[in-house]
Design a protein around this ligand. Structure first.
Ligand SMILES: Cc1ncc(COP(=O)(O)O)c(C=O)c1O
Length: 387
């Protein structure tokens, strides 16, 4: 017998209740029943992102929301500032370059966070910058950027602020309106813990004013089309949506609010801390050196000398049924990443750590078996956390 566990930073485990909703007989997307679910979902997403702005739901993976944010707001040749701390920052650059924008790159070492002061300096230096883009949680490294501080800066400039919060929102605090975030992108398969395939984005009035003037090519991801359909009574989607995913997300968001925002955040904080402390107990090194820059969605751990990182993740998956993630881009083979995002409880963390111990031991890494598991239990116990 073998059980499988997903401990990656997306897709993430899905609750039985959500899977049951996903398996309901299909409703037609132009039926009143679906319209009701769709408008409920849109309202819940606004609450989830803490915004009174319009939220648009797209049938795509998260990258679709990133692309929609870019192609709907700018004009050909516009200058955009992209603060990149990893693979997904690079993705914003690639999308922007693909659509003919002039990218001003603000690059940081992978494993460090953005310094908001640098964004102010760049905006002061070039008042022609039309947009600032960055990640809240950079999933390729595990860094959490201080987007609240960035929002305080960008609001005083003509530029709009586009935040990829795909692996951040719902795990870490995010207040789209209070923090002046013009566009916030999210995805179904991250903290919401629903199946893959739905992206969403909130759009401020400042961003919408730019959308009115934007001339970049787009069709499927056109927000005018999305708005026209959503404004119908009852609300619609422009195209045939991922109906079952939307139904599942609607349930998953109920579970988020039932657990309570603060409790969800605490669960993520304690799970992340347990993974970090447990790995440090094994003598492993964190990629993100500064603890205050570490996020709570994923922990990136350096592959120690003498250990084959690819074999480690393969052993965990094939032999023990625990899927974790390797490194991405230039960190491929150098780190492994344990996701603790979404529907993840303390025993999921303990199982992942136990499998990690086995896989490390098999490669001759020296430590006392049980050390990581014991340390995680201590963290849960000390934090009075058994959720
Ligand atoms: C921070 C971040 N941005 C963007 C994406 C891209 O999302 P998707 O793979 O759903 O297109 C991901 C997915 O891992 C992510 O974590």
């Amino acid at each position: 017998m073998r059980k499988n566990y997903i401990m990656t930073p997306g897709p993430v485990p899905i609750a039985q209740e959500v899977l049951a909703e996903h398996g309901r007989p299909l409703m037609h997307h132009r039926s009143p029943e679906f319209s009701m679910v769709f408008s409920e979902l849109t309202e819940k997403l606004k609450k989830f992102m803490q915004t009174g702005n319009n939220v648009f739901v797209l049938t795509s993976s998260g990258t679709g929301a990133m692309e929609a944010a870019v192609t709907n707001t700018f004009c050909r040749g516009d200058k955009v500032l992209i603060a990149s701390v990893g693979n997904f920052g690079e993705r914003f650059k690639k999308i922007s370059a693909t659509f003919g924008l002039e990218v001003i790159a603000l690059d940081y070492e992978w494993g460090s966070a953005v310094n908001p002061g640098d964004i102010k300096k760049a905006l002061d230096k070039d008042p022609g910058i039309k947009g600032v883009m960055l990640q809240q949680s950079e999933t390729s490294t595990g860094v959490l950027n201080d987007i609240e501080a960035v929002g305080k800066i960008v609001k005083d400039y003509p530029a709009i602020l586009i935040v990829d919060a795909i692996s951040g929102v719902g795990a870490s605090e995010l207040k789209a309106d209070d923090w002046n975030l013009d566009i916030v992108c999210g995805g179904s398969q991250k903290a919401i813990s629903a199946p893959t395939g739905i992206a969403f984005l909130s759009v401020s009035k400042k961003a919408w004013a730019m959308i009115e003037k934007s001339d970049l090519p787009r069709f499927y991801f056109c927000l005018h089309a999305a708005k026209k359909a959503a404004d119908k009574n009852p609300p619609q989607t422009a195209w045939t949506p991922g109906i079952s995913i939307i139904v599942a997300m609607n349930k998953a968001l109920d579970m988020f609010f039932d657990e309570g925002r603060e409790n969800v955040y605490k669960r993520h904080r304690v799970n992340a801390l347990a993974v970090q402390k447990a790995c440090e107990k094994l003598g492993l090194e964190m990629l993100v050196k500064n603890p205050s820059e570490r996020g709570v969605s994923v922990t990136s751990i350096k592959v120690p000398d003498g250990i084959d990182g690819k074999l480690l993740t393969k052993t965990m998956r094939k032999k023990y049924g625990v899927t974790i993630a390797g490194g991405q881009g230039k960190l491929t083979g150098l780190i492994f990443r344990i996701g603790h995002l979404g529907y993840v409880g303390i025993f999921d963390v303990i199982i992942a750590l136990a499998a990690l111990e086995f896989a490390l031991k098999e490669q001759g890494y020296e430590f006392e078996l049980g050390a990581a598991v014991t340390e995680a239990q201590r963290v849960f116990f000390d934090n009075n956390y058994m959720g």
